[in-house]
Design a protein around this ligand. Structure first.
Ligand code: NAD
Length: 281
């Protein structure tokens, strides 16, 4: 079994992006800019936002951090996004999820113009992906595809099974695999006969959010297993895959931490630069 080292590959991509960000700045006389909006005081979200800000700065991307209180109204949040949408120094807008329960996520995200939607969550970007000609693609599944490509793992003609159908991971993951000519099955909480379906997979992607969910009996001998899950067990990070048993069967496996997480960050930086380049050209 070989480890797909997302941390190392993400480091290489980030070095490439730094050079691209410098080229952008010297061509246009300003940096590519990403605005990150945090609403409320969820401590995990605050850490994610801080990390994104730091990662942008390191990559030569200007970051704009905005925080609204947990009781911000829908109108206040939408007005701020409208302001950022009109700001020529802001090329990407990211709203940290989840939102406080009283806010309508769909209505809020609809205020982000699709060309500044670096998360790829807008109806236009998801529609483009579904039509097979994606513009901005959700960072996590994009990171999975990039990691496979960097390791020379072909997707075309393979049986791929994705566990999870969220708009952040599962759905766009399935569409990307389909666009790359895999034969794709999407499983979810109502799927019957999950283990049997998973055993058919040449490429198995777990995006469930449950520790040790994928066990050896769900994995075909020689399968490529991508662990997207992030779970905390006894204060330690782990994925959705039961590493101890699955490592005996998989040909390739992504670790948690150090697999898809760092790839996701790298893809956010790439999406921001791509958005900036598109807006300036
Ligand atoms: P989600 O809760 O929105 O979706 C989970 C999916 O799992 C759902 O579609 C659900 O139907 C499915 N599911 C739940 N129980 C199931 C079962 N018993 N059998 C089959 N399917 C089942 O979560 P999400 O946002 O898609 O994230 C999934 C995991 O990936 C989480 O652990 C999250 O933290 C992690 N994640 C990691 C990154 C990263 O950068 N590595 C990015 C996003 C999400």
């Amino acid at each position: 079994m070989k480890i797909l080292d997302g941390k190392q590959i993400a480091g290489e991509i980030r070095a490439e992006l730094r050079a691209r960000a410098e080229a952008f700045e010297s061509k246009y006389g300003k940096k590519a800019g990403l605005a990150v909006l945090l609403i409320g005081d969820d401590p995990a979200s605050a850490i994610y936002v801080r990390n994104k800000t730091r990662d942008c700065e390191e990559a030569g991307i200007r970051s704009f951090s905005y925080t609204l209180p947990a009781d911000a109204t829908q109108e206040e949040a939408e007005a701020l996004i409208d302001e950022l949408a009109a700001d020529e120094n802001v090329h990407g807008i990211l709203v940290q999820l989840p939102l406080p329960a009283h806010l309508r996520e769909d209505r809020l995200l609809a205020h982000i113009p699709y060309e500044k939607d670096v998360d790829g969550f807008s109806a236009y970007n998801i529609g483009s992906l579904a039509l097979g000609s994606p513009a901005a693609v959700a960072c996590t599944p994009k990171g999975v595809m990039r990691l496979l490509a960097r390791y020379g793992i072909s997707v075309s003609g393979k049986r791929a099974v994705v566990i999870g159908r969220s708009k952040i991971v599962g759905r766009p993951m399935a569409m990307l695999l389909l666009n790359a000519d895999a034969t794709v099955t999407v499983c979810h909480s109502k799927t019957k006969g999950l283990a049997e379906i998973c055993r058919e997979a040449d490429i198995l992607v777990a995006a469930v959010g449950k520790a040790n969910f994928v066990t050896a009996e769900m994995v075909k001998e020689g399968a490529v297993v991508i662990d997207v899950g992030i779970n905390r067990v006894d204060g330690k990070l782990c994925g959705d895959v039961d590493l101890a048993s699955v490592k005996e069967k998989a040909s390739f496996l992504t670790p948690v931490p150090g697999g898809i997480g760092p790839m996701t960050v790298a893809m956010l930086l790439e999406n921001t630069l791509e958005a900036a380049e598109r807006q300036m050209s």
